[in-house]
Design a protein around this ligand. Structure first.
Ligand code: PEP
Ligand code: MG
Length: 887
């Protein structure tokens, strides 16, 4: 432990603000992604406008101190301002040649557009004149000033951002001009005066004229934007911890709006949609920063820059290659051209579609830039989901005629009812409806609606617009910049190519071609590319965890095997009884009053279940299969409405009243903790007997007819006490051994249990005396550990996220601290008792990459997940083993 004196010394040494040249690209935690890369590019000698970074630690301190700006941090900021002034030969607030800066957020993980940016900071009533004279361009100077007031008012002071736009529109209307660029110096002055007097109405002290005050207020605003609703939603979606905080980059301004030899753009070193190794991007001449990203004006393709200004294009292309080589990944870069000189404002690893991610990774290996391990590590496993998404059915497409076309911004196929507002989309999603969010353009405030929609259609904006970038990141289908779409947001209508649509109509979007269709088109499953197979094969080489699937039918099993499943980790046998021809005998069994009646019903179910197992074992060939006995509360199978009860009574020769009383008798106040799992079989062991027969007879049959050595793993659910397990194991063993003894082929089987109740985990050494395997049922284990119902938690968990009590859904990503501790305890105790005990997981967490990483570290043998998550789990398992290799 450091002494008090030492502590003070280290605290005194803590540094919060770094000039770009003081940092390096490895310091993402401290400087944020943008800051670290600006430092990295500076070190590479690239043309980066000088600046400094206020570290993430300063943001954390700001929040720790109750949102108060620390005086030491402030001191450091101004020390860096002084250094910057020296470098630039300009002074902050100088009346003749002012230093102007951009203030931008930049957290450890990139969160495009989620936080705030302020440009042209340092302008005031005096410096604007100095800038006008110095540049000999008054129009430019006043345009910068009006932009600055606009950004500062909305971002820093939370004023209504549309108020400023309305002022501009009014002045344009008065002058009879359409474009911002048509406004004269006098017009801009009028706009500035009106902005300032509107500002004064809310803030009597008036628009701040002191650049130092402007700067500190802006840095604080960026800190605050870390906690704005859209940043919180984005963090939640991407598991980015709240306590990371954001850094703030303060960079001297270069201007893309200085006239026709200036411009600004965004480009990727490879195509972010397809992965093709070709510069890809957009730019706009005579424009500033946000114009391109925000999608307000439709920009030009970067290829045109080659024709317009070959020298700049070549310089940029060579920087792009250099950066790729250096960062060993595809780059997403922002640049500005100021009077014919190129400046790099940002570089980061580019967000990309799943298809592009695979292609880029495979090609980087071929190009010798990275090795296979790195290729496997650079793909976000969750992104694979997008590859497995449906496309439109080829025949349906042949018959359909597109009504319009936009940019193919993010691939996949989607259909749904039109929704013009993010709120509307979110509401519809809550009701389980499929919707397409239709917007003029999206802004970060739309994030909830974008999450809720199947697809996103915008009238404006390019491939790097907010809608496109965010949709790609989410794997959501998106068609952007559709010129034939005209939206009347107020009336909630739009016309697409002249035809009117309302929120009652549905459309279909093809995010891979940009086509828009009337109505709902049939979709088909995705085709996987060759790159997918290459990456998966590499992943399989590196992983230690096996990956199984949760499947209840031969068809699901087949699909899962195609996707790389190595066996079944969970067959939920109750799922086999929902079909119309089975529900009858199942209900008969449930309402049976005597063992005899129950056995009669079970005899009808036996052949159906045996047939299912034969099908599954046949598809599996020699692969393992864990089959779980009946689990859910019985009332789920019986009708609750009067007509249904009447019908069932008639079918089973009972009176309505008798049947109603029987069904009412099944009612439980807390079914999740009621008569389910092994408790059912303890009351009615004949269920276990018959299910064992179905499994063992099926295994014998498959062995006889196909020669496959199936070793069924019979799994008893929801045990909390070893005696529960022992009681049922005895029934299984007696039944199974008898069948095997009377058969002419010999088969092996295992009996194990699910670990779903904390008591079972704590007593795992006892349980392992009898159980030959454990499978963690982390859905129930989470429910039972937290003590909240998995059916109802959704209703109140939102409040927990809003209040930051939980940062993620514990039913999606394992709670390592609590539930994880139980898992670890059970693994250690189980292995201590039975050295070779098989241990896996079959709860939903088995397909969640962060949870897979935990299960790897906890020493499990396999994870099991739904078929479509198998590739995700394979990749996540490889990444887990690359991060923490198993001995
Ligand atoms: C579990 O509880 O994690 C599990 C796999 O079982 P079920 O979801 O069927 O309760
Ligand atoms: Mg369960």
């Amino acid at each position: 432990m450091p002494t008090k004196g030492e502590k003070q010394k280290t605290m005194a040494k803590q540094k919060f603000v770094y000039m770009f040249e003081e940092g390096n690209e490895g310091q993402k935690e401290l400087l944020g992604g943008k800051g670290a890369n600006l430092a990295g590019m500076t070190a590479l000698g690239l043309p980066v406008p000088p600046g400094f970074v206020v570290a993430t630690t300063a943001c954390v301190k700001y929040y720790d101190e109750g949102k108060k700006f620390d005086s030491n941090v402030e001191k450091e900021v101004f020390e860096c301002v002084a250094k910057l002034e020296k470098k630039m030969g300009k002074k902050f607030g100088d009346a003749s040649d002012p230093l102007l800066v951009a203030v931008r957020s930049g957290s450890r993980a990139s969160m495009p557009g989620m936080m705030d940016t302020i440009l042209n900071l340092g302008l005031n009533d005096v410096t604007v004149e100095g800038l006008a004279k110095k540049t000999n361009n008054p129009r430019f100077a006043y345009d910068c000033y009006r932009r600055f007031i606009q950004m500062f008012s909305s971002v820093v002071m939370d004023q209504d951002k549309h108020a400023c736009e309305r002022v501009i529109d009014e002045v344009k209307a008065k002058r009879g001009v359409k474009e911002d660029t048509d406004l004269t110096v006098e017009d801009l002055k009028e706009i500035i005066d009106r902005f300032k007097s509107d500002y004064k109405k809310d803030h009597p002290e008036g628009f701040p004229q002191d650049p130092k005050e402007q700067l500190i207020k802006s840095i604080e605003a960026v800190f605050r934007s870390w906690d704005n609703p859209r940043a919180n939603t984005y963090r939640f979606m991407h598991n980015i911890p709240y306590n990371w905080g954001t850094a703030v980059n303060v960079q001297s301004m270069v201007f893309g709006n200085k006239g026709d030899t200036s411009g600004t753009g965004v480009a990727f070193s490879r195509n972010p949609s397809t992965g093709e190794n070709k510069l890809y991007g957009e730019y706009l001449m005579n424009s500033q920063g946000e114009d391109v990203v925000a999608g307000i004006r439709t920009p030009h393709n970067i290829d045109q820059l080659e024709k317009e200004n070959k020298k700049i294009y070549d310089e940029f292309a060579s920087i792009a290659k250099k950066l790729e080589k250096h960062y060993k990944d595809m780059q997403d870069m922002e640049f500005t051209i100021e009077e014919g000189k190129l400046y790099m404002l940002q570089t980061r690893n580019g967000k990309r579609t799943a298809t592009a991610a695979l292609r880029v990774a495979v090609e980087l290996v071929k190009e010798g830039l990275i090795d296979e391990k790195r290729a496997v590590s650079m793909i976000d496993p969750k992104q694979l989901d997008a590859l497995l998404h449906p496309q439109f059915d080829k025949n349906a497409l042949k018959e359909a005629k597109d009504i319009a076309k936009g940019l193919a911004a993010s691939p996949g196929a989607a259909f749904g009812r039109i929704c013009f507002t993010p709120e509307g989309a979110h509401e519809a999603w809550k009701k389980g409806e499929k919707v397409i969010l239709v917007r003029v353009e999206t802004t970060p405030e739309d994030i909830e609606g974008m999450v809720a929609a199947q697809g996103i259609l915008t009238a404006r904006g390019g491939m790097t617009s907010h809608a496109a970038v965010v949709a790609r990141g989410m794997g959501r289908c998106c068609v952007a910049g559709c010129g034939q779409l005209i939206i009347d947001e107020k009336a909630k209508t739009c016309t697409i190519n002249g035809k009117k649509y309302t929120e009652k109509d549905s459309i279909s979007l093809d995010g891979s071609t940009g086509c828009i269709y009337d109505g709902c088109l049939k979709t088909e499953e995705a085709q996987l590319t060759g790159d997918f197979g290459t990456i998966m094969a590499w992943a399989d080489k590196f992983r230690a965890l096996k990956v199984r699937t949760n499947a209840d039918t031969p068809k699901d099993t087949e699909r899962a095997i195609e996707l790389g499943a190595e066996g079944i980790g969970l067959t939920r046998t109750e799922h086999m009884f929902f079909e119309s021809d089975r529900i009858g005998p199942m209900r008969q069994m449930i309402v049976a009053k005597t063992e005899e009646a129950r056995r009669a019903a079970l005899e009808k179910l036996l052949p159906m279940q045996r047939k299912d197992f034969i099908g599954i074992f046949t598809v599996l060939e020699h692969r393992p299969a864990t089959i779980r006995f009946l689990d859910p509360p019985l009332h789920e199978f019986v009708p609750q409405d009067e007509a249904g009860v009447k019908n069932l009574a008639k079918d089973l020769g009972m009176t309505f009243e008798e049947m109603k009383a029987t069904i009412d008798g099944l009612h439980e106040s807390n079914p999740m903790m009621g008569h389910r799992g092994c408790r059912l079989a303890i009351s009615y062991p004949e269920i276990t007997e018959v299910q064992t027969r179905a499994i063992i007879e099926a295994a014998i049959e498959v062995k006889k007819t196909k020669g496959f050595d199936v070793v069924p793993e019979i799994m008893i659910p929801l045990i909390g006490e070893i005696k529960e397990f022992k009681f049922l194991k005895d029934v299984v063993v007696k039944t199974a051994d008898e069948i095997i003894k009377n058969s002419d082929v010999k088969i092996k089987y295992m009996v194990g249990t699910m670990m779903e109740i904390p008591r079972a985990c704590i007593t795992a050494d006892e349980v392992a005396k009898e159980a030959e395997f454990f499978s963690f049922g982390t859905n129930d284990l989470t429910q039972m550990t937290f003590g909240f119902s998995r059916d109802d938690a959704g209703k109140f968990l939102e409040d927990y996220y809003a209040k930051k009590i939980y940062e993620q859904d514990p039913f999606q990503t394992i709670d390592e601290i609590g539930v994880g501790e139980l898992v670890k305890t059970a693994v250690v105790k189980g292995k201590a008792e039975r050295k070779n005990i098989k241990i896996g997981v079959c709860g939903e967490h088995g397909g969640d990459p962060a949870s897979v990483d935990f299960f790897h570290r906890a020493g499990l043998e396999y994870v099991s997940c739904s078929p479509f998550r198998v590739p995700i789990a394979r990749l996540a398992a490889a990444q887990a083993n690359i991060r923490n290799p198993r001995k």
